[in-house]
Design a protein around this ligand. Sequence first.
Ligand code: SF4
Ligand code: SF4
Ligand code: SF4
Ligand code: FES
Length: 948
Amino acid sequence: MVEFYQPQADFGTPMSVGKQLVTLSIDGVSVTVPEGTSVMRAAAESGIKVPRLCATDQLASFGSCRVCLVEIEGRRGFPASCTTTVEAGMQVQTQSDAIGKLRRNVMELYISDHPLDCLTCPTNGDCELQDTAGEVGLRSVRYGFDGDNHLDAEKDQSNPYFTFDPSKCIVCSRCVRACEEVQGTFALTIDGRGFESKVSASQADAFMDSECVSCGACVNVCPTATLTEKSIIDAGKPEHAVTTTCAYCGVGCSFKAEMKGNQVVRMTPYKDGKANEGHACVKGRFAFGYATHKDRITTPMIRDSIDDAWREVSWDEAVNYTAERFKAIQAKYGRTSIGAISSSRCTNEEVYLVQKMVRAGFGNNNIDTCARVCHSPTGFGLKTTLGESAGTQTFASVAEADVVIVMGANPTEAHPVFASRLKRRLRQGAKLIVIDPRKIELVSSPHITADFHLPVRPGTNVPTLNALAHVIVNEGLEARGYIEQRCDVEEFERWLTFIGNPRHAPENTEEITGVSAADLRAAARLYASGGNGAIFYGLGVTEHSQGSTAVMAIANLAMLTGNVGREGVGVNPLRGQNNVQGSCDMGSFPHELPGYRHISDTTTRQLFEGEWNVALDSEPGLRIPNMFDAALDGDFKGLYCQGEDIAQSDPNTQHVEAALRALECLVVQDIFLNETAKFAHVFLPGASFLEKDGTFTNAERRISRVRKAIPPLSGKADWQATMALANALGCPMNYSHPSEIMDEIARLTPTFRGITYAKLEQLGSIQWPCNDLTPEGTPIMHIDQFVRGKGFFAMTEYVATTERANRKFPLLLTTGRILSQYNVGAQTRRTDNNQWHAEDLLEIHPHDAEERGISHDDWVGVNSRVGDTVLRANVTERVKPGVVYTTFHHPVSGANVITTDNSDWATNCPEYKVTAVQISKVTKPSNWQARQQSFDRQQRGLLDRARQ
Ligand code: SF4
Ligand code: SF4
Ligand code: SF4
Ligand code: FES
């Protein structure tokens, strides 16, 4: 849906949540609004705009500019409409000669210290100051410009994405308030008083040197050109806009892609987007330049061997070449010798087609997804205990939480827009328990201090969770009535005997987990008796040898305390990639058809067989690690890998690389020559999210539209490429638009039965399940009963990982993400986000560093049982002694050269979060890094030859 560009509607003050309705009269028009609404908003909702400068509906009203004055019968003077709330029977006048004069006087003062360069100003025609001057009828300024003014104030251009031009600032404080109220970073202040007052970043630093995290909230609300996107300064005002969904993290923020022709000039967070409500982070808001980066490959390429130069070919030739090679491999090695990996970065429709091509075209179930390596334990654990493989809440529901547990997640870095919501609730007084080996930002940040930080030793989540449950049970804090009514009581009694055993007492787990028994007891009491308890967790829970056990232990805790099935509570996996929920929903696992139905279930299989007109294999196929092992054994020879960089993101890189080298035909579909593509024989150019239609499903189960803003650079969207390959393989597919794919998904999947593109247009987004019972979707799950019927308390016996620290490998390495980069970094490394994080560092505690003679910035070797790499040291107390930490956004870091093949017992999700290592000071890159760099040079050379 392309619309002409216009600024998003602004009602001046936030919507009131008041329950009672109040009727008043504004300019003789009768208006009815909820109590608590401002007069300004009531007027705006009935189509009457009161001029304003310091007010916006993104922020609490402030009442500083005095432009919004009105007259109210029976009241003296001229109250500010933004800070005056409605009353029944109120008679308001928004226009009169007296009001007009006052407003003009105020505006005159503002304009007398403002550069009159509208014609050359980047926001000319899109400026609230300019509009307001027009609205109040200001025609001249009586005061000269000779006196003191700010017209020569120096611009701050340090931020790569926006400028700060104080000469245009009217000191309305909107930016300061946005940074506090919306983002929660508190990077800005108003320094000085009166004429001297000015906006200042941190301690009068340049924006880039301040605490600013470049979320853009201040830029969104600035009513002048003071804070302006550099892309707008360069390209000018947008002409049209397309509403779409961010392709980075699982928050799933909604954006207006604002365009000039086929150029995106700005991504503006959409105020009606239910996941983000007008907020964004530096990635979605600004880091979109990768989509048109010179490294994009837009022509299909083939080669016979990975030592050959690439040859650019037509789509037809590339597709037919692939089909012929796949058919030949199957003829020689058997039906199960090929498979595919679908992408959590692609749309639901694209993922669905890939799994359909594998099952109906390849004739096997060798389909897996990158969720294997992140949240597969969530699927297993939540399905087992609650009956559905997904989170239970909306993000907005955190506004009603009283106690929040954040475990193995770092929302301010990895799910920033959710983090802002969470921080808002914490500032209102909700309590916080952080369970994490590191002191993540939430442990202590402006206006937030965690009530408890349980610094769990990597690999000991399960005994920590068991100890929390033990305390609750032992101290009689469990929600008996809830459990008896909603859970399988027989299983619960069995579990009770298990969890009540003294081996789970915090005094006995302290030695294993490193968590103080006293803190753990206090945290358990707080969660069990502090009101609405909500748990948010991430990969620090799932990526363990007992990832599934930990997820079940989390579900146990929530059921034990009655914290599932209403607002403000729940079990909430924070999903990493934009569509990791959707890729799981769409049947990307080798044992499950769409909707999490087992492939061995005859009735379900027959349903798909009827629709697809083909017999399906009832045996589950290979998981990603099994594909690697089978490739090394010589049984698996062909792989179609869409939008996933397994060579960088999967554990034990050297093992993965050997497996990829063993393939006879590796087909990679991506937007760049990623690390995996360097081992490929066919490269199919992928499309960025800006180039295709479809849907993403975020961590709240929210299905949102992705809309094409520009045509696919390669001529095909990813779903069209898969369709072409399927047809060439003899698996007929004939869709003319992704909406038809969604119609098929809805026909075959009960939880999606009510989803159509038309309904998505109407409602904006829908949280599944959506069917006849819940035609508008299901924001909160398990309300009256669990999806599985009775909640199941699973046994969660702790089995220590075999990956232990010892004398040779005395430290435990754990990994995580950083705000400015995204996963393997393929997108964000090709943007100015690199200015914040140009390399991965190894965090090490001063005590461990000193023992090894390591100083800040030294190069250090990181050796594990499977490999070694070299990183630069960041000596910090953020990690505790015995634990080291790194990110994994740059290929050369080789973070996964050191991670092992250990994996979750139930799902094979790799144990990324625990690797025993030794650290030592070194002077040169590791052997693997030297090899990687030479291979990289060779492969770039082979690509360049194709492009010459
Ligand atoms: S960009 Fe975000 S973090 Fe930075 S100053 Fe503005 S609101 Fe604050
Ligand atoms: S920078 Fe913009 S939003 Fe901030 S005080 Fe100045 S005019 Fe207002
Ligand atoms: S990366 Fe995540 S939080 Fe940031 S804008 Fe995109 S969806 Fe929102
Ligand atoms: S908009 Fe009401 S005082 Fe500024």
